[in-house]
Design a protein around this ligand. Structure first.
Ligand SMILES: C[S@@+](CC[C@H](N)C(=O)[O-])C[C@H]1O[C@@H](n2cnc3c(N)ncnc32)[C@H](O)[C@@H]1O
Length: 413
């Protein structure tokens, strides 16, 4: 039995402690805690028992804490979460960084990708590839999520539809993707299955009142992903940000914490408005490009997800925006061909910028770069590679109860 005292957190939000000269990185453990640890999988350490609770620890509000693989910081008081996020940002950027708290600590997410398991619908269990921990009682998404999960489980049971077993590569039901517009008040449910037939109309009838849009999609591959080819239903996720309307294809990206995303849009507007020409790289369904279009000259959006590009086009129309042009393609392939970029908005996935994008930006030398990131580690790396001056960096807590940080950096040559 190994018992460690947690002295600090690493940049992944894991508690760090030592025992007999060896360093342990422990999930769900915070500075000041003394914990007994176990390893659910090689290289990971979890908490078996809290021997002494440090000053940052609170009683978690969720019955699945430490069994479900999410919400590593749910046992930490919210003010401490903000403090540690601030410290992580300061370590990365070597300066004071403000962290804006999330407007909502509960039910802040507008999207959940639930795995459908044998006897539960929920999240992958901590340390396991295959087991599923129920999400009943989860406070991340919506007060209606338990009703949706219970009604879905009941329907699947009644129809004798089996879950897909990723170890045996057999079965049918894979994921339930539920999206809830916090501003629009509208919900979309997508059921992702393996090949077969899913009675979508009956499912929609059984869950009528719980969502307005229903979709059935198929993922016949071995890849464990919560998206597929749409076979029935034409629904989109509908949401509003700062009074603008967005229709997003069932599986395309949209900022997950709506209320905090509105602040992010305001910050981006403040930094970009007045530019004659803007390039919105990794533009998704058009969030930032559309939000700055009315206060800028022309806007060019670049995005690899063709469905998101089509959505960005129709979202521009929906909001009366006529100065947004879009290119469907990879940033690393499109950017080297650009001749001009006065202001650039960057919002890449967690891996950050492709070296070809960095090279193209160094050639284009925009007057203004706003770099939005859900991974400040790759963001800091890319800023160093760009050789730009960091004017300001602000962090927004988009993901309470997790160590994840959203960060906006303003750069000039
Ligand atoms: C963090 S999301 C940002 C989306 C958008 N800015 C928003 O706020 O909704 C990243 C986006 O980059 C797209 N993407 C990923 N890799 C890409 C690439 N190599 N080139 C262009 N777009 C890419 C994804 O499809 C996704 O829409």
């Amino acid at each position: 039995m190994v018992q460690v005292e947690i002295t600090h957190l690493n940049l992944h939000g894991q508690g760090i402690g030592r025992h007999r000269g060896k360093e342990y990185r422990v999930d769900y453990a915070y500075p000041g805690d003394v914990v007994e640890i176990y390893t659910p999988r090689r290289g990971r350490w979890g908490v078996r028992r809290v021997v002494h609770a440090g000053e940052h620890r609170v009683e978690p509000e969720c019955p699945h804490f430490m069994k479900c693989g999410s919400c590593r910081w749910l046992g930490m008081r919210y003010t401490s979460q903000l403090r540690f996020k601030r410290e992580m940002m300061q370590r990365l950027f070597q300066r004071e960084v403000e962290v804006l708290p999330s407007p909502a600590e509960r039910y802040y997410r507008n999207r959940m990708d639930y795995t459908i398991g044998g006897d539960a619908i929920g999240m992958r269990r901590y340390g396991s590839y295959a087991e599923v921990e129920s999400a009943l009682g989860c406070l991340l998404f919506s007060p209606h999520s338990d009703t949706i999960l219970t009604a879905s489980a009941e329907f699947f049971r009644h129809k004798k539809l089996e879950h897909y077993d990723i170890l045996r590569r057999r079965g049918f039901l894979r994921y339930l993707v539920v999206r809830e517009g916090k501003r629009s008040g509208r919900r979309m449910i997508a059921v992702v299955t393996h090949e077969g037939t899913f009675p979508l109309d009956e499912y929609a009838e059984a869950l009528s009142g719980l969502a307005q849009e229903f979709v059935w999609a198929v993922n016949p591959t071995l890849t464990d992903t919560s998206r597929g080819e749409v076979r029935a239903g034409r629904g989109c996720f509908e949401e509003k940000l700062c009074g603008l309307s967005f229709r997003v294809p069932p599986f395309s990206f949209f900022q997950t914490n709506t209320l905090q995303a509105e602040r992010m849009v305001e910050l981006v507007r403040k930094l970009v408005c007045g530019s004659r020409q803007v390039v919105d790289v990794y533009c998704g369904a058009g969030t930032f490009g559309i939000a700055v279009a009315e206060c800028c000259g022309e806007v060019l959006g670049i995005e690899e997800d063709a469905e998101a590009v089509r959505a960005a086009e129709s979202n521009a129309e929906l909001n009366g925006v006529t100065n947004l042009r879009l290119i469907s393609g990879r940033a690393e392939e499109v950017m080297p061909g650009l001749e001009r970029a006065e202001a650039v908005i960057l919002d890449p996935p967690r891996a950050g910028l492709h070296p070809k994008v960095v090279k193209a930006l160094r050639r284009l030398m925009p007057e203004n770069i706003v770099y939005i990131s859900c991974n400040p580690r790759t963001q800091a790396r890319d800023i160093a590679a760009l050789g730009y001056e960091l004017q300001e960096v602000v962090a927004l807590d988009m993901f309470p109860h997790t160590p994840h940080i959203e960060s906006i950096a303003h750069l000039t040559p």
